[in-house]
Design a protein around this ligand. Structure first.
Ligand SMILES: Nc1nc2c(c(=O)[nH]1)N[C@H]1C(S)=C(S)[C@@H](COP(=O)(O)OP(=O)(O)OC[C@H]3O[C@@H](n4cnc5c(=O)[nH]c(N)nc54)[C@H](O)[C@@H]3O)O[C@H]1N2
Ligand SMILES: Nc1nc2c(c(=O)[nH]1)N[C@H]1C(S)=C(S)[C@@H](COP(=O)(O)OP(=O)(O)OC[C@H]3O[C@@H](n4cnc5c(=O)[nH]c(N)nc54)[C@H](O)[C@@H]3O)O[C@H]1N2
Ligand SMILES: [Mo]
Length: 656
C-alpha cells in the first residue's frame, strides 16, 4: 500500500487556473444553472445572491441532509430553529447524535459539563455508542424508527398528563387532532416497531417530561430517514407540549442579532422573479425546504423576526437535490447544463451516486472550487483552487441558527492562486454583468458592512469580541406570537396541509421485507480521523484508519462466513461497496454499519474508479427512489437500508 504522504495541496497537482482568466468562457443559461454549495465558510450569502440575480432557483447543498432540513421543519412548527441552553438544562436527549472528543467537540464538552452538574442524559441508539455508555437511559432502537419512538413518548406524556396544559391551551393549535393521532400508538405498537421494551420507553418519556427543562439537541440521524419530517415535527411537539420552548434551560428561539446584518439579508431572495422561483426543481413533489414550501412562513417571519427570508443553516429556499440530479441527467422537466460545485464533494455526498455521475456527465460545464482533486473535481472542466478557513476572515453565527457571533481571523495568506468564495462569486458576477450588485470589493468589506450598525470594522470586532451576543430574552412569543401562520405552535401543520400532506405527523412503515436482503445497513458514525469525505490523503491519519471497514456483531459475521479483517461486499438494491470486516460487540445483530465517504486519493486517476470512489463510497449503495425518500423533503433514508454481505477476495489495491 502506498499513498501520497502529505496534506499539501500542491501534491495533488491541481490544474490551477485563475478565475479571472477563465470566467469569460462561462455560460450559465438563466433558469438552468444548477449549483451546489456546502458552505462552511460564512460566505454563502454571496452564492445565493449570485444565483438569485442570475435567475436560478436551483441551489442545493449537503445541508439538505444535515440540519438545514431540520431547521426548515422546525420553522413550520414554531417559526425558528431552537438552540439548546446546555448551561442550564436538567436533561439532554440524544436521538443517535453522538458528540465525542474529536467530533462535535463543543457540544460534547457542553453535555459533559451538564452531566457533571447532575443533568440526565437519555440516548437512543441502535449501537451502544460512547454517549450511550455515559447515559442514564439507553434505548437501543432499530435504525430508522425514531419517529415511532417519539410517538411512544408522546403517548406516555399525554396519557399521564405530564404536559404543560396552560402552554398547550394558549399557544398551540390542533392539539385535539394531534392527541388522536398519538392515541394510535400504544406502547405495544411502538415497541414492535422500535424493538425497545415498553417499560423503558415509558421511563424515558417520564424522565424527559418531569426532569425539565430538557433539551433535544439537533441530530443528523433524523435528517436522513424516510420519516424525517414526522420525526422532526414530533421532536418539536415534545419540546412544545412539555413547555421547553424559549425558556431558560430549554431551547431558545434566537432570531437575528439586532446589530449585525445577517447573511440571509445579503441573499436577495426578493430579486429572484416569481416565475423563476416556480421552476425550482423538486418543489412540486417534495416542497418542504423549497420556495414553495416555505412561502407561507415569509409574512410570519417578518412579523416576528423583522425579516421575510431567514435562512437558518443555509438550506431554506433550496431545490431538491435528487430532482436536480434527475434534471441534469435526463433534461426532465427541463435541461440543466452548467454545474458549479464549491466546497462539496457532490458525487459522494448524496444518495444514488450512479445518478449523480450520469447527471454530471450530461453537463456542458462543470466548475469545481476545491482544495483537492476529489472524485467530483475529477469530473469537472475547471478546478479552481479555493482558499481555506485559516486563510480568510469569517464571522460565524452557526449558519444563521443563533444570534451569537464569533469572529475567525485569517492567520496566513492563501497560497498561490487560491481565492476565497466571495472573490469567486464577485468576479463571476462582474463578468456576467451583475457587478453592480456586488459593490464590496473584498470579503473584508462585506464583513465591515455587516458590522456597521455596531460601529466597528471586522478587525476591531475580532479584537474585542471572542463572541458577541445580547442578553437572551425568554418567552418572546408572548409579545409577537410564534412566526407561523397561526402565530402559535402548529401541532397540526397548516402549511403541510395546504401543500397536500398529512397535516399531522405520521408513521410510514418500511417496504415489505424481501428475503433477498436479510440484513439492515445504516450509514455513518463519523471517523475521528477524517471529516466527511476528506483527509484520507494525510498519512498520519491514514495509518490510524487505513481502510474502509464495515462493522457487524460476531453472530452476523459468523452467519455470513466472515472473520475479522476479511474483505467483504455490502450489497443493497442500489449497488455494492467493498469493506473490511470489523467485528464489534456494540453492534446489534443483523445490522451492518457502513462508514461515510471513502475513496483513495493515492489511487492514480483514470482507472475508471474515480480514485476508488466507485469501489468504496457509501453513496452508491444508498437508493433515492420513492420508498427511500422522505415525502415532504425528498431527502434519502440512510438509516435502515436492506442489504446483504458476502466475502470477497481482497481487492488488488490492498494486496501487498
Ligand atoms: N451518502 C451519504 N451522503 C451524505 C452523508 C452520508 O453519511 N452519506 N452525510 C451528509 C452530511 S451529515 C453532510 S454534513 C454532507 C457533507 O457533504 P459535503 O459538503 O460534500 O462534505 P465533504 O465531504 O466534507 O466535502 C467538502 C469538500 O469541500 C472541500 N473544502 C473544504 N473546505 C473548503 C474551503 O474552504 N473552500 C473550498 N472551496 N472547498 C473546501 C473539501 O476538500 C471537500 O472535498 O453530506 C451529507 N451527505
Ligand atoms: N471527526 C469527525 N467529526 C465529525 C464529522 C466527521 O466526519 N469527522 N462529521 C461532522 C458532521 S457533518 C456531522 S453531521 C456529525 C455527525 O455525527 P453524529 O451526529 O454523532 O452522527 P454519526 O456519528 O453518524 O452517528 C451517531 C450515532 O447514531 C447512531 N444511529 C445510526 N442510525 C440510527 C437511527 O436510525 N436512529 C438513532 N437514534 N441512532 C442511529 C449510530 O449508531 C451512532 O452511534 O459529525 C460531525 N463531526
Ligand atoms: Mo453533517
Amino acid at each position: 500500500m502506498s499513498f501520497e504522504a502529505n496534506g499539501d495541496r500542491a501534491a495533488f497537482q491541481l490544474r490551477f487556473r485563475s478565475l479571472v482568466g477563465e470566467a469569460n468562457e462561462f455560460t450559465c443559461p438563466c433558469d438552468a444553472a444548477g449549483h451546489v454549495v456546502m458552505d462552511e465558510m460564512s460566505e454563502r450569502g454571496a452564492a445565493r445572491r449570485f444565483m438569485n440575480l442570475l435567475g436560478s432557483p436551483n441551489w442545493i447543498s449537503g445541508v439538505a441532509l444535515c440540519s438545514s432540513n431540520t431547521a426548515a421543519i422546525n420553522r413550520m412548527v414554531y417559526g425558528w430553529y431552537p438552540y439548546p441552553d446546555y448551561a442550564q438544562t436538567n436533561c439532554i436527549v440524544l436521538f443517535g447524535h453522538n458528540p465525542k472528543q474529536h467530533s462535535w467537540t463543543p457540544i460534547y464538552n457542553a453535555i459533559r459539563r451538564a452531566q457533571e452538574r447532575g443533568a440526565k442524559l437519555i440516548v437512543m441508539d441502535p449501537r451502544k455508542s460512547e454517549s450511550a455508555e455515559r447515559a442514564d437511559l439507553w434505548l437501543p432502537l432499530k435504525p430508522g424508527t425514531d419517529a415511532a419512538m417519539c410517538f411512544g413518548w408522546l403517548k406516555v406524556i399525554l396519557d399521564e398528563e405530564l404536559y404543560d396544559k396552560a402552554f398547550v391551551e394558549k399557544w398551540t393549535t390542533g392539539f385535539a387532532e394531534f392527541r388522536k393521532r398519538v392515541d394510535e400508538f400504544p406502547l405495544v405498537r411502538v415497541a414492535a416497531i422500535t424493538g425497545v421494551a415498553p417499560e423503558l420507553i415509558a421511563q424515558a418519556a417520564r424522565m424527559y417530561a418531569t426532569t425539565g427543562p430538557a433539551v433535544i439537541p439537533w441530530t443528523p440521524i433524523t435528517d436522513q430517514q424516510r420519516n424525517s419530517t414526522s420525526a422532526i415535527r414530533l421532536m418539536c411537539s415534545l419540546r412544545a407540549l412539555c413547555g421547553y420552548v424559549d425558556v431558560p434551560g430549554g431551547e431558545l428561539l434566537h432570531g437575528f442579532h439586532p446589530d449585525i446584518i445577517h447573511e440571509s439579508e445579503l441573499e436577495l431572495h426578493d430579486a429572484l422573479p416569481e416565475a423563476q422561483r416556480a421552476k425550482q426543481l423538486g418543489a412540486d413533489k417534495h416542497p418542504a425546504f423549497t420556495y414553495r414550501g416555505t412561502a407561507a412562513l415569509g409574512e410570519p417571519a417578518k412579523r416576528v423576526w423583522g425579516y421575510e427570508w431567514p435562512n437558518i443553516v443555509s438550506g431554506s429556499y433550496m431545490a431538491n437535490p435528487s430532482a436536480v440530479f434527475r434534471a441534469m441527467a435526463d433534461g426532465d422537466p427541463y435541461p440543466v447544463k452548467a454545474f458549479v460545485t464549491l466546497g462539496n464533494n457532490t458525487l459522494m455526498s448524496f444518495a444514488n451516486m450512479q445518478l449523480i455521475q450520469r447527471a454530471m456527465m450530461n453537463q456542458d460545464l462543470i466548475v469545481a472550487v476545491e482544495h483537492f482533486r476529489t472524485p467530483t473535481a475529477q469530473l469537472a472542466d475547471y478546478i479552481l483552487p479555493g482558499d481555506a478557513w485559516l486563510e480568510r476572515n469569517c464571522l460565524s453565527d452557526a449558519f444563521g441558527w443563533t444570534a451569537i457571533y464569533r469572529p475567525s481571523q485569517k492567520v496566513v495568506e492563501p497560497p498561490g492562486e487560491c481565492r476565497g468564495v466571495y472573490h469567486f462569486w464577485r468576479e463571476l458576477a462582474i463578468r456576467m454583468g451583475l457587478g453592480e450588485q456586488f459593490p464590496w470589493a473584498t470579503n473584508e468589506d462585506v464583513l465591515d458592512f455587516r458590522l456597521q450598525r455596531m460601529g466597528m470594522t471586522f478587525e476591531t470586532f475580532a479584537e474585542k469580541h471572542p463572541y458577541h451576543l445580547h442578553k437572551p430574552r425568554y418567552r418572546k412569543y408572548e409579545q409577537a406570537g410564534f412566526a407561523t401562520p397561526s402565530g402559535r405552535v402548529e401541532l397540526r401543520s397548516i402549511i403541510l396541509g395546504e401543500l397536500g400532506f398529512d397535516p399531522l405527523p405520521y408513521w410510514r412503515d418500511e417496504p415489505p421485507h424481501d428475503p433477498a436482503w436479510p440484513l439492515t445497513m445504516f450509514m455513518g458514525v463519523r471517523e475521528d480521523e477524517y471529516f466527511q469525505t476528506g483527509h484520507r490523503h494525510i498519512a498520519a491519519l491514514r495509518t490510524r484508519s487505513p481502510e474502509p471497514r464495515m462493522f457487524v456483531a460476531a453472530v452476523t459475521a459468523a452467519h455470513a462466513g466472515l472473520v475479522e479483517g476479511q474483505w467483504a461486499q455490502v450489497v443493497t438494491p442500489q449497488g455494492r461497496v467493498k469493506l473490511r470486516t470489523a467485528i464489534r460487540a456494540e453492534m446489534p445483530e443483523r445490522t451492518v454499519r457502513v462508514p461515510h465517504g471513502w475513496w483513495l486519493p493515492e489511487r492514480p486517476e483514470g482507472d475508471g474508479t474515480l480514485s476508488g470512489a466507485w469501489e468504496y463510497a457509501d453513496a452508491q449503495i444508498c437508493p433515492d427512489d420513492d420508498d427511500y425518500l422522505d415525502m415532504e423533503q425528498g431527502i434519502p433514508h440512510l438509516k435502515g437500508i436492506p442489504c446483504n454481505v458476502r466475502a470477497i477476495e481482497a481487492p488488488a489495491h490492498w494486496v501487498k
